[in-house]
Design a binder for this molecule. Structure first.
Ligand SMILES: CC(C)(COP(=O)(O)OP(=O)(O)OC[C@H]1O[C@@H](n2cnc3c(N)ncnc32)[C@H](O)[C@@H]1OP(=O)(O)O)[C@@H](O)C(=O)NCCC(=O)NCCS
Length: 182
């Protein structure tokens, strides 16, 4: 796989690697992290291995992925941020859509990292990958995630449910992205 790195003022986004396994399991075994993700934290490290492999594969095949996010000041793995092609899942009656997402270990919350990394992922999506439509999903109760999606310029489209839980659907198309850049 080609070398890949996106650098922002405080963060590095790079491929997830086998050495991120410990951090990925720390992230996904934390109930706080999964509060608005169906409340089913991982209990088996094998799941984290599969998650890393899935993202490595998405990048190989499509040039996009949820990327390992590293805090520059400490060199620590803090979680992941980035893009996903959802061709295996249906939400809001849609499949085959790209979304932007982020998931960090709680001690790194509240530092602006979801916003900073997502803005870089959006730039990559429209300017490098030259894609047309980016979506975003957050459970309605997930105040931080809804706020991030709004801050990075996604536009609220409609309410829907995920397994009976209220959620919000957002979108950003190329035209609106260009307007935010001008
Ligand atoms: C969602 C998440 C990635 C946010 O990361 P973060 O780096 O703390 O986000 P940022 O610091 O960039 O921005 C958070 C914003 O939400 C605001 N916020 C935090 N908690 C909030 C709440 N309960 N209600 C409303 N806004 C809230 C913050 O004040 C900040 O907005 P501001 O800059 O206008 O003050 C982090 O909380 C997380 O990893 N959660 C668990 C996984 C998850 O839920 N992922 C999203 C799934 S849709």
């Amino acid at each position: 796989m080609n070398f890949f790195k996106i650098e922002t003022p405080n963060l590095i986004l790079r491929h997830l690697k086998p050495r991120d396994l410990k951090g990925m399991f720390e992230l996904d075994s934390n109930p706080l992290v999964h509060k608005y993700l169906g409340n089913k934290p991982n209990t088996r490290i094998e799941q984290s291995k599969k998650d890393i492999a899935f993202n490595v594969q998405q990048h190989k095949e499509r040039g996009i992925a949820r990327w390992a996010t590293v805090e520059k000041s400490s060199g620590n793995f803090i979680g992941w941020s980035g893009l996903r092609l959802n061709n295996d899942l249906t939400f809001n009656n849609k499949t085959n859509f790209y979304d932007v997402g982020y998931r960090f270990i709680p001690r790194y919350w509240g530092k602006g990292y979801a916003t900073e990394s997502s803005l870089a992922a959006i730039d990559y999506f429209f300017n490098t990958m030259e894609k047309e439509l980016l979506c975003g999903i957050a459970e309605t109760g997930n105040g931080a995630s809804n706020r991030v999606l709004q801050k990075i310029g996604l536009i609220f489209i409609n309410d829907f449910t995920i397994d009976g839980t209220d959620a919000k659907w957002y979108e950003l198309n190329r035209e609106n992205y260009a307007k935010t850049m001008s």
